[in-house]
Design a binder for this molecule. Structure first.
Ligand code: ATP
Length: 557
């Protein structure tokens, strides 16, 4: 009989965030001034990790699109890059729909003034509300008999501190008598958790109906109203409405407004894509979950232009290849899923959309979006054509009737668009969460299993002792590795501390290869290669080291 493998303990976001701070991956922005909500800085290792992920995308999307694969029309995928401004003419955002529609439904708490995003309320209550988690401990099982004395005790004690405006805290007897009628009176249709929470928040049940509570203080929340997500500023000296500008909420629109210039000034032919990476800004109402929902973040977006008849095939191609790409960087297994949107989730112009989602510790067992792949029809180009008055159609010389001279008559159309839109910071966060591994039996109980392509430190070379000719050999190997791979990441060398401590430091930074020069090296030209993930050691010829690292770093696919 085989013993089943132990189920790994769930990863703790607090542990991951602590390691990120301690090893210089991510810092709170403006930390010495108390930070600023929704903004994060990357430290030295985090900056390299982020650069490596951006470079992997750039190489695999722009320089060597889709690893040389052919698309559904049997042609190699063609992509060109642009780099457009964060601030655009404000009319861009009118045409794109952001000026009128890019807003979240917000609810204000009349008790404590806290704002909550209406569509995230129950997520927040379930995962972040201190009073609800404390109350639930008194309420087990939630649909059983209500233990009134226990709940009154909670309301008069802990409840007063954590949810002063909750109806249960203000009038425990009244609220519990309503709740008892509902719970005890209907054994066949017991209320669900959401309903119970609403009873608890509602004092005047007969007058007001059930109400949603504030996650912070328990007061019934007000009605939703629109909260604009675009950051505003002014361009020029005069700070009035005529000079108002916006920080872009997505990089995509810069691509659409340069579509005509790219077609007119390059040799692109449909189907082709335009790609860019860059910062975007959204004044998120409730930035949370570390860098997952930030107010300043970086996107990696492709707009792929094609004829309508081929659009669904290209949509399937991009959806599948983007999924494969994330897997190639180590986000494999059950933690990564592709979720096709239901019809009622689609934007009015979209014929199909899917999200690539990762199971973050804070969404588990659920998933959070890493990248959306959307078939947007020809909505964006049509909007910009209407608003700018400039024709944004495309003349396709490969289509239309066949002429006697063998060429085609051509066809004019506004291309349809497939948009694979990925979040760089969310990608980095997923890589951090996936890599984070805890094993108390190791000298470094926490270590990072980064894929070599994204690892900030690619390799480390250690002389076992700082004498007997070992430092000189280590220096030479370090120089060889730096020449070969120094553009892709750090190559470290370190002669201080015990070898175990040096390995432990590299494990925490996620360095995949440690090479140690020892007494044997001087005799037989071999070094010890230590495997980060298992701690196993083997001897390899010093002349094989560069090739071995190179193989691990080479492009996937
Ligand atoms: P969400 O539903 O999580 O708000 P979204 O559907 O609005 O995301 P898109 O507009 O499709 O996101 O943006 C594309 C990608 O940009 C997302 O898949 C995500 O990776 C990233 N992204 C969007 N908003 C944020 C944010 N506030 N912080 C970090 N990354 C973000």
């Amino acid at each position: 009989m085989t013993t089943p493998a132990p189920t790994p303990a769930p990863k703790s976001m607090d542990d991951i965030m602590a390691l990120c701070k301690r090893r210089g991956f991510v810092y709170q922005a403006s930390e010495i001034y108390g930070g600023i909500n929704g903004f994060w800085d990357y430290g030295p290792l985090g900056t390299l990790l982020k650069k490596n992920l951006r470079d992997a995308w750039w190489n695999d999307v722009v320089m060597f699109p889709c690893w040389g694969r052919k698309g559904p029309t049997d042609e190699r995928v063609s992509i060109v890059p642009v780099d457009t401004c964060i601030i655009q003419n404000p009319r861009v955002w009118v045409a794109s729909g952001h000026a009128a529609g890019f807003a979240d439904p917000m609810r204000k708490c009349p008790g404590c003034g806290h704002f909550v995003r209406a569509d995230h309320l129950w997520d927040i209550l379930a995962t972040q509300s201190e009073w609800l988690s404390s109350l639930l401990q008194e309420f087990t099982p939630i649909t059983g008999e209500i233990d009134t004395p226990r709940l009154i005790k909670w309301a008069r004690g802990r409840g007063k501190r954590v949810a002063p405006h909750l109806a249960l805290v203000k009038q425990p007897e009244v609220v519990l008598s309503f709740l008892a009628t509902r719970v005890n009176g209907q054994p066949d249709a017991p209320p669900d958790l959401q309903e119970i929470v609403r009873y608890i928040a509602t004092a005047q049940l007969h007058a007001t109906g059930l109400q949603d509570p504030c996650p912070r203080c328990g007061a019934p929340l007000g009605k939703p109203s629109a909260f604009k997500l675009m950051f505003e500023s002014w361009a020029g000296v005069v700070q009035d409405d005529d000079h108002r500008v916006y920080l872009r909420p997505e990089t995509a629109q810069g691509i659409f407004v340069q579509f005509k210039n790219v077609v007119d000034t390059t040799r692109v032919r449909a189907p082709f894509g335009i790609a860019q990476t860059g910062k975007s800004f959204r004044n998120e109402v409730t930035p949370r979950n570390f860098t997952f929902r930030s107010r300043e973040f970086e996107q990696m977006e492709i707009e792929f232009f094609c004829h309508e008849s081929e659009a669904m095939a290209w949509y399937a191609f991009w959806r599948d290849w983007r999924m494969e790409w994330w897997k190639s960087l180590g986000l494999a297994g059950d933690n990564l899923i592709l979720r096709e949107h239901e019809k009622d989730e689609l934007a009015h112009y979209s014929k199909a959309t899917s999200d690539i989602e990762y199971c973050f510790p804070f969404t588990s067992p659920g998933f959070g979006e890493l990248e959306g792949v959307a078939y947007r029809g020809n909505f964006d180009l049509t909007q910009h054509q209407q608003h700018s008055g400039v024709k944004l159609d495309y003349f396709d010389t490969d289509r239309g009737e066949l002429l006697p001279n063998g060429s085609r008559k051509g066809e004019r159309y506004i291309p349809h668009v497939i948009e694979p839109s990925a979040g760089l910071d969310r990608g980095v966060l997923a890589l951090l969460c996936e890599a984070y591994t805890k094993d108390d039996s190791r000298p470094s109980p926490e270590f990072m299993k980064f894929h070599p392509r994204v690892a900030p430190i690619k390799a480390a070379v250690f002389p076992l002792v700082n004498k007997d000719g070992m430092p000189e050999v280590a220096d030479r190997l370090h120089a060889d590795l730096s020449r070969a791979f120094g553009r892709q990441g750090l190559i470290e060398t370190d002669a201080k501390q015990s070898i175990g401590k040096r390995y432990a430091r590299m494990d925490e930074a996620g360095c995949p290869f440690c090479f140690t020069i020892d007494g044997e090296t001087l005799k037989d030209q071999t070094v010890t290669l230590r495997d980060r993930d298992t701690g196993a050691q083997q001897r390899v010829g010093i002349d094989k080291v560069v090739g071995l690292v190179g193989d691990a770093l080479s492009t996937s696919g």
